[in-house]
Design a protein around this ligand. Sequence first.
Ligand code: S3P
Length: 442
Amino acid sequence: MSGGSRDWLASAGAPLRGRIRVPGDKSISHRAVMLGALAEGSAEIRGFLEGEDTRATAAIFEQLGVRIEAPADTDRIVHGIGLHGLRGSGQVLDCGNAGTGMRLLAGVLAGQAFDSVLVGDASLSKRPMRRITEPLALMGARIDTGAQGVPPLHIRGGQSLQGIDYDLPVASAQVKSALLLAGLYANGSTTIREPHPTRDYTERMLAAFGWPIEFAPGLARIEGGHRLRATRVDVPADFSSAAFFLVAASVVPGSELRIDAVGMNPRRTGLLQALRLMGADIREENPREQGGEPVADLVVRHAPLRGIEVPQALVPDMIDEFPALFIAAACADGRTVVRGAAELRVKESDRIATMAEGLRGLGVEVEETPDGAVIEGRAGREVLFDGGEVDSHGDHRIAMSFAIAAQLARGEVRIRDTANVATSFPGFETLAARAGMTLKAA
Ligand code: S3P
């Protein structure tokens, strides 16, 4: 979707200073479009992430007959057509790079009267889908995958779905959400238990759209046969996008940066706790609620970091933040150990391998383990990183993480294949440069 690869050249910049706002939350934006489409009435979404992933989801619902207006870049009005209003388009539905889009849509489409085919880009086409197709099959869905359980997904319509009682083998909000969305179309109730609580946006948003749902950390239960009623959704700024700036301002001496109105759902803010254990200086100001979600302004100042054993209980709450955490670890004093994070191997890239390869290229000692890594921090050296070349493997979060490392490098760092940054963080380069970082398209 992103129009091929594109490189960045990044090098030592100024301290990060001033006040910034990062784009809207990706997880919430996907769900707002989906529930808005299936609701009765028109849902107004404010603060929508204008990224490629969420635009792909919106485009798919348009293909399925939903009218979506964009009165401004970050606003959408989704004219819902009700739970049974979608119409098959006869064409493949392209989720781009978005695992969230594909997995949640599979849940929705399993309950339709028509057949669908979901495809994705090269990275998404390698990601595991059996984690959703197997439990959906238990509900009565018929979905064929490619060999080894990867996309495309061929979803047969016209199946009668039954609720299930399911213990998730991995802590995954995407799997939980796919099953809950299929559960809207199922007879009886669907109960999902998680080995560790994951982000609960689907549950919260179903409740906001008027669907009766019972949920608590680690558990969600709904029954089919109700209706969704359109409502307004205020999307907070994405903590995962703020994360790059939290790490950058922590590690670049002289930095003091304010990030406005960041979503602070506790299922997303594990990195904040990990950084604080490392000695980071991050203040939360003006804590408040926005559209039912906690938000706060974050003020981050440079501070010396020390290596830690990342508590395994934090892993699901910071699952998207490990690329940034690896950079913080490489800048710290002493060793950082990550365990219990095997899920990183099946994200937009194998994030353990990609980060280890990139860090080694910049002179950092990293040991890969099956479910994590051991990173030797380089604090105390005159220059933290060598210049050179890093391949992001088309993974947006890897590219942005190495842009941070480059701020402390001797010489230039070429970061390869960065076009996919637009999937989650359009305008990252401009915002990073405004904050003080040196980064340009090559
Ligand atoms: C997401 C859940 C997480 C996360 C992804 C977004 C979501 O994936 O990594 O970026 O919106 O539900 P898993 O649920 O597979 O861990």
